[in-house]
Design a protein around this ligand. Structure first.
Ligand code: NAP
Length: 485
C-alpha cells in the first residue's frame, strides 16, 4: 500500500471498536468516499473488512501504511478509548502525517484536553479537530449529531464529509462548526449534562406516578407514549415507554422491577457540573441528576438509612388523571430549566474560552441523531433567532408562556413529593432555581452581612455607590471599605 502511486482513500478511521467501525461503515456508504481503516490490534480490522466487503475499506496494518493510503491533505477520525488511548494515537499520527493534514478526535474527550491537544498539534502544522459525536453506536452508523471544534480552515475540508454522514433533521444536517479548539467537545459535554437532567426528570415523573397512583409500568408506558405525541415529544420519552413495556423473560415481571436500582455514569455529567462550578453557572438541575445517580449507588448508606422515619401524615392521590397531568407539566417546566441552565453554561464557556458559539445552531444540530433529540429544540432555536442576546432562555416569550401554564402544577408536584416522601430532587431544585431567578430580593443580602461579620469581606448598598464594612467588633458603625484598608 505504501508504494501505491495514487492513494485510494479520501478519509480514514483509527479505532475500530463499536463506534469507530460503525462510523467507518457510515462514511463508506456515502457517495464518493473511500475509507481507510486502522486499529491497534489487527483482529478488529480483519473482522470489519470480512463482515463488510461491500464497504470497500482500505485496510492498513500499520499507522504508516494507513497514512500512505490517504489522499492529501490526509483526514483521519480517531475513535479510540478517551484519555491515554487518544494521546497515543495522536502521537503516532503526528509522526506519520504532514503539515496541512487533519486529525479529528471523535471520542468523548474532556474539552480542556482538546484545547491542550489542539495547541500541541497546531505547532506541527497539522490541524487538530475535537469533534463531539452523539447518538451512540446507532447514531455512528446511521447518522449522529456532530459537534466539531478546531480551525475554520480544517472545517472547510471536513465540513462536507461530516455533513454527508450526520443525521438529518427537517432537511438539515445535524452538524455545524461550533467554534475553535475545544468548543466542540465543550458543547458535547453540555449535551450530556442536559441528557443526565432529562433522564432524571423522566425517572422522577415515573416514580411519582407509580407510587402516587399505583399504576403498573405497562400502564405508565402508555402515558409516556401519549406524552410523546405532545410538547414533550423526544427520543428519551419514546425509549422510556419501550423500557417500561419490557417484560423480563425469566421472571415474567416488568424488566424495570428486576434491574438493580443503582445508576452508573461515565463521567460526562460530572464534567458538566465541575466546569459549571469553575464558571460560576448554577446548573442545579444537571447537578441534582448527577448526584441522584451517586446516591442510588451507595447501597451501604441506603441500607443504613432505610429505617429512618418518613412522613407521618397519610398522603393519597385523589384524582389520578389530574395528578398525571400535573406531573407532565412539572416535567415540562423542569426540562425548560435544565436546557436553560445548559445554555447558560455554553454562554459562560464561550465567553471564558473565546468561542463564537451560535446558540440557535446548537439547538438545531441536537434535533436529530443524538440522545436529547426533541421537538422542543426548535423552540430554542427560534428563541435565539428572535433575540441572540437573550440572557436566560426561560425568559423567551415561548418558554415564559409555557412556565406560566405549568408552574402551579409544578408546585403541587413538589409539595406532593415532600408530603409523600417520594424523592424528586431534580423537580424541586429546578423549581427553587426558577423561584430564585424571579425573586425581587434574595437572602444573599444576609449572606453578605455574615461574610462581612466574620471576614470583613465588605458589601455594597442598594442606596449608594461604594463598598462598605461594618465595624462588627468595634462600635458597629459603618465605614467606607476604602477607609478600612
Ligand atoms: P472504546 O471501548 O472506548 O475503545 C476501544 C478502542 O480504543 C479499540 O479500538 C482499542 O484498540 C482502542 N485503543 C485503546 N487504547 C489504545 C491505545 N493506547 N492505542 C491505540 N488504540 C487504543 O471504543 P468505543 O466504545 O467504540 O468508543 C470510542 C470513542 O467514542 C470513545 O472515546 C468513547 O468515549 C466515544 N463514544 C462512545 C459512545 C458509545 O456509545 N460507545 C458514544 C459516543 C462517543 P484495540 O482494539 O487494539 O484494543
Amino acid at each position: 500500500m505504501a508504494d501505491s502511486p495514487q492513494p485510494a482513500a479520501n478519509i480514514g478511521v483509527v479505532g475500530l471498536a463499536v463506534m469507530g467501525s460503525n462510523l467507518a461503515r457510515n462514511l463508506a456508504s456515502r457517495e464518493g468516499n473511500t475509507v481507510a481503516v486502522y486499529n491497534r490490534s489487527y483482529a478488529k480490522t480483519e473482522t470489519l473488512i470480512t463482515e463488510h466487503p461491500e464497504a470497500g475499506f482500505v485496510a492498513a496494518s500499520t499507522i504508516d501504511e494507513f497514512a500512505a493510503s490517504l489522499q492529501k491533505p490526509r483526514t483521519a477520525i480517531i475513535m479510540v478509548q478517551a484519555g491515554r488511548g487518544t494521546d497515543a494515537v495522536i502521537d503516532q499520527l503526528v509522526e506519520a502525517f504532514e503539515p496541512g493534514d487533519i486529525i479529528v478526535d471523535g471520542g468523548n474527550a474532556l474539552f480542556t484536553d482538546t484545547i491542550r491537544r489542539e495547541k500541541a498539534v497546531r505547532e506541527t502544522g497539522i490541524n487538530f479537530v475535537g469533534a463531539g459525536i452523539s447518538g451512540g453506536e446507532e447514531g455512528a452508523l446511521n447518522g449522529p449529531s456532530i459537534m466539531p471544534g478546531g480551525s475554520a480552515e480544517a472545517w472547510e475540508t471536513l465540513g462536507p464529509i461530516l455533513k454527508s454522514i450526520a443525521a438529518v433533521a427537517e432537511g438539515e444536517p445535524c452538524v455545524t462548526h461550533v467554534g475553535t479548539d475545544g468548543a466542540g467537545h465543550f458543547v458535547k459535554m453540555i449535551h450530556n449534562g442536559i441528557e443526565y437532567a432529562d433522564m432524571q426528570l423522566i425517572a422522577e415523573a415515573y416514580d411519582l406516578i407509580r407510587r402516587g397512583t399505583g399504576k403498573s409500568p405497562a400502564e405508565i408506558a402508555e402515558i409516556f407514549a401519549e406524552w410523546n405525541r405532545g410538547e414533550l415529544e423526544s427520543y428519551l420519552i419514546e425509549i422510556t415507554a419501550e423500557v417500561l413495556r419490557q417484560v423480563d423473560a425469566e421472571t415474567g415481571a416488568p424488566l424495570v422491577d428486576v434491574i438493580l436500582d443503582q445508576a452508573g455514569a461515565k463521567g460526562t455529567g460530572a464534567w458538566t457540573v465541575q466546569s459549571a462550578l469553575d464558571l460560576g453557572v448554577p446548573v442545579s438541575g444537571i447537578a441534582e441528576a448527577v448526584f441522584a445517580r451517586s446516591l442510588s449507588s451507595k447501597p451501604a448508606q441506603r441500607a443504613a438509612a432505610s429505617d429512618l422515619p418518613g412522613p407521618s401524615a397519610s398522603w393519597t392521590v385523589d384524582d389520578a388523571d389530574a395528578f398525571v397531568e400535573d406531573v407532565r407539566k412539572a416535567l415540562y417546566a423542569s426540562k425548560i430549566v435544565a436546557y436553560s441552565q445548559g445554555f447558560d453554561e455554553i454562554v459562560a464557556g464561550a465567553e471564558q474560552y473565546g468561542w463564537d458559539i451560535k446558540k440557535g445552531e446548537i439547538a438545531k444540530i441536537w434535533r436529530g441523531g443524538c440522545i436529547i433529540r426533541a421537538q422542543f429544540l426548535n423552540r430554542i432555536t427560534e428563541a435565539y433567532d428572535e433575540n441572540p442576546g437573550l440572557v436566560a432562555l426561560l425568559t423567551a416569550p415561548y418558554f415564559r408562556d409555557a412556565l406560566t401554564e405549568t408552574q402551579e402544577a409544578w408546585r403541587r408536584i413538589v409539595v406532593a413529593s415532600a408530603q409523600s416522601g417520594i424523592p424528586a430532587p431534580a423537580f424541586s431544585s429546578s423549581l427553587s432555581y426558577y423561584d430564585g431567578l424571579r425573586a425581587d430580593r434574595l437572602p444573599a443580602a444576609l449572606v453578605q452581612g455574615q461574610r462581612d461579620f466574620f471576614g470583613a469581606h465588605t458589601y455594597k448598598r442598594i442606596d449608594k455607590d461604594g463598598t462598605f464594612h461594618t465595624l462588627w467588633s468595634g462600635d458597629r458603625t459603618e465605614i467606607s471599605a476604602v477607609d478600612a484598608h
